[in-house]
Design a protein around this ligand. Structure first.
Ligand code: ADP
Ligand code: MG
Length: 623
């Protein structure tokens, strides 16, 4: 458009678009789910605003919160429109020209090497996937606060915006018009589109309609061939189309000579079932449905199944429904930005209405890796987000969610045949379902074990429950992971404390002189080799009435030793000499001990001081 205002894309966007446009990526389908997901977000936003201000919805057609897909086969245009919040001119410049989220350049980098665009939606740049199939895109948008504008770009580094004086007024919302490339002709096929919507957009909570053609057989009088059905191809709104079919009945009644002809008519066809999955009875939802629901929530369309899920209905003072998922993989930056990241992965709904997906009050930080949603019947609908954040029921919801989440995680272990030491259980023939659960807990631990440890540090209330979920290797576990319960079940008669040692690696710990005597006496010692373990053990004092004893620290008692007193007496002079010989600011004390077998002496740390390993960690942090 000649007099349009021209803009350049942010360099990063340009790069991204170049990659997309030149991509040989075969799964071009993804653009549709990204557009539908954006339309759904825009509808969520206007619905949310309408809770406190009814006026924003306007009247008539504008109140219909729906998504419409339309094809123009001749002009090769695919368009998707919504009656969502729309975009002002400023929004168009900002949202469709710059990338706000950090980490995007990492994504661009990765895409350049792997060419895998599948995760594009997770990076807040899903819109640009339109250039997989289109070489020219128009975005027509009307926001309540502004006029109607057209944004357009041929992905040549620039975009243009002009006030829309060409198209029909949208009322409110956005229409995206894709001028399809020649190679993308398949997206003009209605069946293909229906298929894609079923496959990727099943869980969108707004109706998705396709302007679909329909072959109808009609009887028309043979004597006169004027057809009386012009109005058939005119647009009808989705909700008004149902009564149309029998409109010719009256004419048929006269029974003149007729013949049958085939005709194509168009009507809005609903493509999705908008009944939310979380409102259904958990018993009636299949595993496949949960998996697909997870993929749509996580915007992760790989084939991987979530590791576990929990779908429940909380009743009582505070009523809500929730579905929680443990993803198959931890996001790369889960722990990198742990203390800075705010974003929770739970979506909050109040009575079916989407409120927010940045509601940090629902889960503690250490569980932020969980995906899912909460739909509350108790929270009020017509208050601001800030008011909601302070609502008293949130505490109850949070408490219950934590319980359910920890139960769900424990269940991964309970159902994993690899986890069981139990002979009886092992004797039962392993079913195929068992096979599927095999090794799942190790997988969980590998991805999210650190979160469990952070939980023990941060959440005193659930410390014991979380401790149950801990896994580690020991001096006897033979390279396998074991739990505190299993450790306790193998304790020697008379053993009170749980023995552990911390260090940089298992290999190093296995050679530690601190272990000599314990190994000789057949005690099992836990190896803690993760830097976070040092902090962890400052919070984990005991478990099921057993104290934790760091074997490299003062206070190790290995049963009664009758000779101890005698030895102490006879070496009195020597220990005195040693103490004098070593400067007092280097050692606190010199003692006779029974903790060693072959090594003559060892340096231990005091009960309350830092372990040598902690010194090592602190040093590496300050360097
Ligand atoms: P994301 O959806 O993750 O934010 P996208 O690249 O898909 O990233 O979209 C970028 C932004 O463009 C959205 O955040 C939104 O502000 C805006 N946008 C895209 N499509 C629409 C639409 N149909 N209605 C209103 N705003 C939209
Ligand atoms: Mg998007």
């Amino acid at each position: 458009r000649a007099d349009a205002e021209k803009f350049e894309f942010q360099a990063e966007v340009s790069r991204l678009m170049d990659i997309i446009i030149n991509s040989l990526y075969s799964n071009k389908d993804i653009f549709l789910r990204e557009l539908i997901s954006n339309a759904s977000d825009a509808l969520d936003k206007i619905r949310f605003l309408s809770l406190t201000d009814k006026e924003v919805l306007g009247e008539g057609e504008n109140t219909k919160l729906e998504i419409q897909i339309k094809l123009d086969k001749e002009k090769k245009i695919l368009s998707i429109r919504d009656r969502g919040i729309g975009m002002t001119k400023e929004d168009l410049i900002k949202n469709l020209g710059t990338i706000a989220k950090s980490g995007t350049s990492a994504f661009v980098e990765k895409m350049q090497t792997s060419g895998d665009l599948n995760l594009i939606g997770q990076f807040g740049v899903g819109f640009y996937s339109v250039y997989l199939v289109a070489d020219y895109v128009e975005v027509i948008s009307k926001h309540n606060d502004d006029k109607q504008y057209v944004w357009e770009s041929k992905a040549d580094g620039a975009f243009a915006i002009s006030e829309d004086v060409w198209n029909e007024p949208l009322g409110r919302g956005t229409e995206i018009r894709l001028h399809l490339r020649d190679e993308a002709g398949e997206y003009l096929d209605e069946y293909k589109l229906k298929d894609l919507v079923k496959k990727y957009s099943e869980f969108i909570n707004f109706p998705i309609y396709l302007w679909a053609s329909k072959e109808v057989e009609k009887e028309v009088p043979t004597d006169e061939d004027e057809s009386s059905d012009e109005e058939e191809t005119s647009e009808t709104s989705p909700s008004e189309d149902e009564e149309e079919d029998d409109s010719e009945k009256a004419e048929d009644e006269k029974k003149p000579k007729t013949k049958k002809v085939k005709e194509t008519t168009y009507e809005w066809e609903l493509l999705n079932d908008v009944k939310a999955i979380w409102l259904r009875n958990p018993k009636e939802v299949t595993e496949e449905e949960y998996t697909k629901f997870y993929h749509s929530l996580a915007k992760d369309f790989s084939d991987e199944k979530p590791l576990a899920w929990s779908h429940f209905n909380a009743e009582g003072d505070v009523e809500f429904k929730a579905v929680l998922f443990v993803p198959p993989k931890a996001p790369q930056d889960l722990y990198e930005s742990y203390y800075n990241s705010k974003k929770s992965n739970l979506k909050l709904y109040v009575r079916r209405v989407f409120i927010s997906d940045e509601f940090d009050e629902l889960l503690p930080k250490y569980l932020s890796f969980l995906m899912g949603l909460v739909d509350s019947d108790t929270l009020p609908l017509n208050v601001s987000r800030e008011m909601l954040q302070q609502h008293s029921s949130l505490k109850t919801i949070k408490k219950k969610l934590i319980r359910k989440a920890l139960d769900m995680i424990r269940k991964i272990a309970d159902e994993d045949p690899d986890e069981s030491n139990d002979k009886d259980k092992k004797d039962i023939e392993e079913s195929s379902a068992d096979n599927e659960k095999k090794g799942q807990y190790a997988k969980f631990w590998n991805e999210f074990g650190k979160s469990v440890k952070l939980g023990i540090i941060e959440d005193a209330t659930n410390r014991n429950r979380l401790a149950k979920l801990l896994r580690f290797e020991t001096s006897k576990s033979d390279g396998k992971l074991t739990s505190l319960d299993q450790y306790i079940s193998r304790m020697k008669a008379g053993q009170k404390d749980i023995f552990y040692i911390t260090g940089a690696s298992k290999e190093q710990l296995e050679k530690s002189p601190f272990l000599e005597r314990l190994t000789k006496k057949n005690y099992e010692v836990i190896f803690f080799t993760d830097p976070v373990d040092e902090y962890l053990m400052q919070y984990l004092m005991d478990y099921e009435d057993h104290k934790f004893q760091n074997v490299s620290k003062e206070g190790l008692k290995l049963g009664k030793d009758s000779k101890a007193k005698e030895l102490k007496e006879s070496f009195k002079e020597l220990t005195k000499w040693w103490k004098g010989a070593l400067a007092s600011d280097n050692v606190d004390d010199v003692k006779i001990s029974n903790r060693l077998a072959d090594t003559p002496c060892v340096v231990v740390t005091s009960k309350y001081g830092w372990s040598a390993n902690m010194e090592r960690i602190m040093q590496s942090q300050t360097l």
